[in-house]
Design a protein around this ligand. Structure first.
Ligand SMILES: Nc1ncnc2c1ncn2[C@@H]1O[C@H](COP(=O)(O)OP(=O)(O)O)[C@@H](O)[C@H]1O
Ligand SMILES: [Mg+2]
Length: 402
């Protein structure tokens, strides 16, 4: 029987309940099948692996919300959302629990904050002993594409509450006084039902009142908003999101119990994001490391875009879905993107060998030469020669000089 030794190791890890070992052995089996040209069997293993990763990520970790803590009637799909009386535009849309959405991937601190928040709802009685309630209001800020809106969905889904999403286009009206009235109507609706209220692009409503560009109307809008945020304190959960925290009126910050900054992912989070976005391709460590290194400082949404382009390029190129195939596709994708400030991406787009020289000379990168060889398809001696050549130096200098 082919590959019996690996199958034996898989059984051993499985019986011992060693998840990490099991994953490693399955990857080994996959590599063997690919090497032996058993594409059909390899595809089956790949599918099994990717569906297990997806299931793990989607595994519901729902919070049993104590109903006594969230007041209000039950929202149903038949409930009619409030509208702007002049234009008839809806002031909000509602997403009901049960929509299958993947959980965001965060770096440690953000994950701790969000998990901590959900934990509060899991153990309200422990909080009651010290006379406090779970956090009801959260302000999320950070650059675009970092997973802020996704986080709001994630929280509502975990609390098993409908998400009432304010529609900024519906709320803001050119008629004097109507925006403030729309805001009041929206809050009245959210307070009546058990729900999470989401105020996305919050800066559009909560702009500084002393903004010289704006006059009386913005003052009225912000004042209404502040009053309604105060009144909402004893009702459901409120989440506000902004990409432009500096534009927010200072008085707004105090209305939220917790402020979370979600920025661009660090290396660890980028690695997990790349693995998710490349599915069903299961990349080796070197490949993931190379992509994360090239896209350092980019948002989760950027990583997703590049990984999707890699998959498209790879599928059409006819190349194997392995490290070297992905490496080639990554270089092609980066070359097509508008110019990069980030040197590794720039180098890989124009000269993959110079990129390897740069990467192997970076002492902060914990990817072995062996992994780089497997990911790029270059021999180990070639990698070692490239490291010595330092051929990236003139290119790096030239790019700094620009
Ligand atoms: N931290 C993350 N974890 C998982 N996916 C992410 C993350 N950040 C961005 N994405 C991807 O990018 C998309 C856009 O994210 P989104 O939540 O709309 O960003 P933001 O609201 O911060 O602008 C998401 O739907 C998701 O596919
Ligand atoms: Mg958003």
């Amino acid at each position: 029987m082919d590959h019996f030794s690996v199958i034996q190791s898989i059984i051993r890890s499985g019986l011992a309940g060693d998840q990490a070992g099991l994953g490693k052995q399955v990857q080994r089996l996959l590599a063997r099948l690919e090497k032996a040209g058993q594409e059909k069997e390899a595809a089956t293993v790949r599918r099994l692996l990717s569906s297990s990763i997806e299931t793990k990520e989607l595994k519901p970790s729902k919070v049993e919300v104590s109903r006594s803590m969230i007041h209000g009637e039950t929202l149903t799909p038949d409930t009619i959302p409030p509208i702007d009386r002049e234009t008839g535009a809806q002031l909000c849309t509602v997403e009901f629990p049960g929509a299958m959405r993947t959980a965001p991937i965060y770096e440690r601190d953000v994950k701790d904050t969000i998990d901590g928040l959900l934990d509060e709802w899991r153990h309200p009685e422990a909080l009651r002993c010290v006379d406090v309630d779970p956090t009801r209001s959260l302000l999320i800020f950070g650059p675009p594409g970092s997973g802020k809106t996704m986080t709001a969905y994630h929280i509502a889904q975990n609390l098993e509450l409908p998400l009432v999403m304010a529609r900024i286009d519906g709320l803001i009206s050119s008629f004097l006084g109507t925006t403030a009235r729309n805001i009041a109507n929206l809050f009245e609706f959210a307070n009546r039902y058990a729900c999470v209220l989401l105020l996305d692009e919050f800066d559009a409503l909560a702009k500084q009142r002393d903004d010289p560009q704006e006059i009386g109307e913005i003052k009225r809008v912000v004042n209404t908003l502040l009053q309604n945020l105060d009144l909402r304190r004893d009702h459901g959960v409120t989440i506000a999101i902004t990409n432009h925290d500096r534009l927010l009126d200072p008085a707004v910050w105090r209305r939220f119990e917790t402020h979370v900054h979600i920025g661009e992912p660090n290396l660890e989070a980028s690695t997990s994001l790349v693995k998710r976005f490349l599915l069903p391709i299961i990349p080796d460590n070197g490949t993931v490391g190379i992509i994360a290194y090239c896209l350092e400082g980019r948002s989760g949404a950027d990583l997703q875009r590049v990984c999707t382009s890699i998959k498209r390029t790879l599928a059409l190129s006819g190349a194997k879905h392995d490290g070297p195939g992905v490496f080639q596709a990554l270089s092609t994708v980066l070359a097509r993107l508008p110019s990069h400030d980030h040197v590794p991406a720039k180098l890989l787009a124009s000269d993959p060998e110079a990129f390897v020289s740069l990467m192997t000379n970076n002492s902060h990168i914990a990817i072995s030469q062996q992994d780089i060889a497997a990911a790029t398809g270059m021999s180990k001696s070639k990698i070692s020669d490239l490291k010595k050549s330092k051929r990236h130096l003139p290119l790096v200098e030239a790019s700094h000089a620009k």
